[in-house]
Design a protein around this ligand. Sequence first.
Ligand SMILES: Cc1cc2nc3c(=O)[nH]c(=O)nc-3n(C[C@H](O)[C@H](O)[C@H](O)COP(=O)(O)OP(=O)(O)OC[C@H]3O[C@@H](n4cnc5c(N)ncnc54)[C@H](O)[C@@H]3O)c2cc1C
Length: 421
Amino acid sequence: MAAASNGEGGHGQGRFDVIVVGAGIMGSCAAYAASSRGARVLLLERFDLLHHRGSSHGESRTIRATYPQAHYPPMVRLSRRLWDEAQADAGYAVLTPTPHLDLGPADDPALVAAIRNGGATEVALAAAAAGDDESASASWPWAGVFRVPDGWTAAPSELGGVMKATKAVAMFQALAVKKGAVLRDRAEVVDVTTSSKRGEGEGSIISVRTSSGEEFHGTKCIVTVGAWTSKLIRSVSGLDLPVQPVHTLICYWKVKPGHEQELTPEAGFPTFASYGDPYIYGTPSMEFPGLIKIAMHGGPPCDPDGRDWSTGGLVEPVARWIDAVMPDHVDTAGGPVIRQCCMYSVTPDDDYVVDFLGGEFGKDVVVGAGFSGHGFKMGPAVGRILAEMALDGVARTAADAGVDLRPLRIGRFAENPKGNL
Ligand SMILES: Cc1cc2nc3c(=O)[nH]c(=O)nc-3n(C[C@H](O)[C@H](O)[C@H](O)COP(=O)(O)OP(=O)(O)OC[C@H]3O[C@@H](n4cnc5c(N)ncnc54)[C@H](O)[C@@H]3O)c2cc1C
């Protein structure tokens, strides 16, 4: 990876056009999008690149268009297109397309809205499995895997898929470097200041200082620091952003002997989300043959700088769900075979924060945060949006794709700064 040479902005080129702070999926995608436009970009990461201490590491993430909030499906479709463009640019794939299945209590309002907004179609899986519905049996050969409880509904949809998470972040970082971006890891940003505050008039300069005392200068800054957002934004601007870090857990379970092939993407097996309490999600068996990822959304609040890594309460509800819904195919007897910890950054309304920081920073600092456990799929779209906001002051690609960014405004917390956390 290229290295920034000094506080002049690296490469002896003067200041950067854009300094991106935080190299998870969002910062890496933003660095790629901005450098693809010819901007001089610096991407700073406090830990090692591709570390496991944030939200974007691991084997897999899912993409789906079925969202309870109507403003996300257009962003998913934009992102899906940009995933393809990035893969074409890289020359290799990080996304495996699959169908997606939503299921849960038929009267669950979030599920009902997700089916409607995502254009999914409810199907009687038992009838499909029994061959009573020929078209559904042909389309969804895995229908018999799920035992849908009485009073529940199930709705498969076409737009699903699995992204290799760490591989995808690495891809966007490599693409950004290819476009001329400078990447620096082990560089913790401790302060961001603007020359406008110092009263130096028009054409503000953003200065970014690291814990080792290095200083970098840029015209614009994009802050994508995940679970550290509240801390950094509070110390930089005094703004109290209610982005709560949450400790969560991924579990891989043993597929029962003889069913290993049935649960793979090659067999057409879907990603899935089961609504209600607990909300359970899963991916087809792919990264560890003979194991399948099934986990529970959410977890206890945590301090990203002082995690206790406890996983209490995040396994048993998943085992109970498997025993009820996939009992013939997945073995819970020995518990999960592999466990991997991760963090969410949760907002009070589960909506992202994608906006200018405002205040003394005006439109010179853009924040992408609070992805609330459902942001990975949107990485390429969010990265493009953040880059356009920084470079142009407006997210044209999003507007053209019908993406409504108003629900993601920073100012929505102003009346109730702590929300309902
Ligand atoms: C278990 C799990 C399952 C998930 N499943 C899905 C899924 O199926 N589909 C989906 O769409 N989403 C999913 N998500 C959510 C998705 O992974 C996140 O929304 C996304 O990764 C957030 O990315 P980020 O770049 O905002 O944060 P991060 O990946 O945490 O990146 C922030 C980066 O900023 C760095 N940083 C912090 N402070 C500083 C500083 N001061 N200076 C420099 N660098 C700093 C951090 O070290 C970190 O690398 C899941 C998340 C988890 C944890």
